[in-house]
Write a protein that binds this ligand. Structure first.
Ligand code: HEC
Length: 500
């Protein structure tokens, strides 16, 4: 140890911590399955780091959320990869938490003396699902908007408190700005704090109690039930014996944990970089034709709801998750037989197998009838209500008969239609003010213009303004990092009039 190290150690006894934390003896039965918990922890750390980066760019308001994500994706170095890792990390957390739980279940590790840690684990499962649900809304694209609408509607079927619950979640009766800030706050403030506290307790108990000895070692000559008076003494003897093999927490356990953790993070990096997170069209609350689809780990449940008859739907929608919570919480207190290995617990094996198979089947079914929703429209951001009114005018006046948007003609071009400029990026070329004057009377700007004049009485002043605002919003597909360079030229008489 260096002089500085000794100086510090003398004062705060780091060696003591090392001895009790890293050098403590462990049982020799640790399989690769035992690394699932720490792999979950590794992914959580990835989520924290990538989440902090995302938070630096994200803006939690309906007007800017989508645009801020698009900006991150297109204009920030590695932005898309970071977001992709966070997206896949969310799925990885769910998979790993489930796998870890299944490991604990099949090895009977929730039995004496680890009941409390099982309860903490159940809480962590639901916190991770909560992260998934709240995070899904944040990109504010169609998928996010409508899946959350379905999710909150399901919450709304809860008896007695349903309506209150929806208002609480949405911050009002409608899903909008208040919903987004609420979900954001839950996602980045409440849930992380809860998770850190509970993970802390969970790990504290793992360190206090150690890892359970081999199931076989805990079954030979064991009292029948963990509640029998002789069981604690029996358990302690067995545990002590299992720790005499000379295995230490460091490096015997940590090494395996590091290998699994590194592999999982590498997989996330590859998925984040090469598959990414995807972004649909911006949320359009008026587009009720969109068929929503929740994140895959909610789909088995979502798909199940489609199967049950309408009158049963709310009972299942609320009843099933609640029943699941209750069963999971009560499990260690009712299952007190001392057999641990799943091979000796046929009922447990059947139930677990049944759940896994039925979830897989439901997931498969929901993948099969995946809806085909419309792809991103020409405008890469959510429109304000004025701009949306302008878009309606654009369709009603058949501007698309001459002008293309995003390389596509909205209506087939008429035989005699003149060649008109594409309007995909018109918002980069002209200011709203210029567009307004131009639409009123194009000939004033270009004497031989073939563009019809739309000034009153064809369109009112207000309608032209809406149309101009809409055109202004057309800034091309990949154009978030582009700044407008207006090339407005006003005709002489207009200038003269204005100066008068
Ligand atoms: C009959 C075909 C036709 C229709 C219909 C039409 N335009 Fe045009 N538009 C043109 C032509 C041709 C030009 C180019 C002529 C010019 O320079 O003035 C043009 C130019 C424009 C420009 C200027 C583009 C630029 O980059 O300078 C805008 C903006 C525009 N149109 C918007 C609209 C809108 C909005 C509508 C519907 C309300 C519409 N147009 C309907 C033919 C049409």
């Amino acid at each position: 140890m260096s002089r500085v190290g000794r100086w510090i150690d003398e004062r705060i006894d780091l060696t003591g911590i090392r001895r009790s934390l890293l050098d403590r003896p462990v049982s020799q039965n640790l399989t690769w399955w035992h690394t699932l918990g720490s792999a979950t922890l590794a992914v959580f750390l990835v989520q924290v780091v990538t989440g902090i980066v995302l938070g630096m760019y994200y803006s939690p308001s309906p007007d800017h959320a989508y645009e801020s994500i698009r900006y991150l994706e297109r204009a920030v170095v590695s932005g898309a990869t970071v977001r992709g890792m966070h997206h896949w990390g969310a799925s990885a957390m769910v998979v790993l938490v489930f796998a870890h739980m299944i490991r604990v279940f099949t090895m009977g590790a929730y039995k004496y003396p680890r009941e409390i840690n099982w309860l903490l684990g159940v809480a962590l499962l639901f916190i991770v699902l909560g992260f998934g649900f709240t995070g899904y809304l944040l990109p504010w694209d169609q998928k996010a908007y409508w899946a959350t609408a379905v999710g909150t509607n399901i919450a709304g079927t809860t008896p007695f408190i349903g309506a209150k619950l929806v208002t609480l979640l949405r911050g009002g009766s409608q899903q909008g700005a208040a919903t987004l800030t609420r979900f954001y706050s839950l996602h980045v403030l409440l849930l992380p704090v809860l998770l850190v506290i509970i993970v802390g307790l969970h790990l504290f108990l793992v360190i206090r109690q150690g890892v359970a000895p081999r199931t076989a070692e805990l079954e030979t000559n064991a009292p029948k039930r963990t509640s029998d008076s002789g069981y604690p003494a029996y358990y302690r003897t067995r545990e002590h014996e299992s720790k005499t093999g000379g295995y230490r927490f460091w490096p015997d356990i940590i090494a395996k944990d590091v290998i699994t953790g590194t592999m999982v993070i590498a997989i996330l990096a590859i998925l984040g970089r090469f598959v990414g997170a995807g972004l649909e069209a911006p949320a359009d609350p008026t587009d009720s034709s969109y068929v929503p689809l929740p994140e895959w780990y909610f789909r088995p449940f979502f798909q199940l709801l489609k199967l049950v008859p309408g009158s049963w739907e709310s009972a299942i929608a609320v009843g099933l998750p609640m029943a699941l919570v209750v069963v999971l919480l009560l499990l260690p207190f009712f299952d007190k037989r001392s057999t641990r290995s799943i091979t000796k617990r046929p009922a447990a094996a059947t139930i677990l197998g049944g759940i896994i198979i039925s979830m897989a089947v439901r997931l498969g079914a929901s993948m099969r009838d995946q809806p085909k929703n419309a792809v991103a429209p020409e405008v890469g951001r959510i429109l304000t209500s004025t701009e949306r009114a302008g878009r309606t005018q654009f369709e009603r006046q058949q501007c698309g008969g001459c002008h293309k948007l995003a390389g596509m003609a909205a209506v087939p071009k008429k035989e005699d239609a003149p060649d008109a400029p594409e309007l995909t990026e018109v918002g980069l070329r002209h200011s709203t003010a210029w567009l307004h004057s131009y639409l009123e009377d194009p000939v004033r700007f270009h004497p031989d213009s073939k563009m019809p004049a739309y000034g009153p009485p064809t369109l009112s002043h207000q309608e032209i303004e809406e149309l101009s605002r809409y055109l202004s919003s057309l800034r091309g597909l990949p154009a978030l990092n582009k700044q407008p360079e207006f090339r407005d030229t006003f005709p002489e008489p207009l200038k003269a009039k204005e100066t008068k």
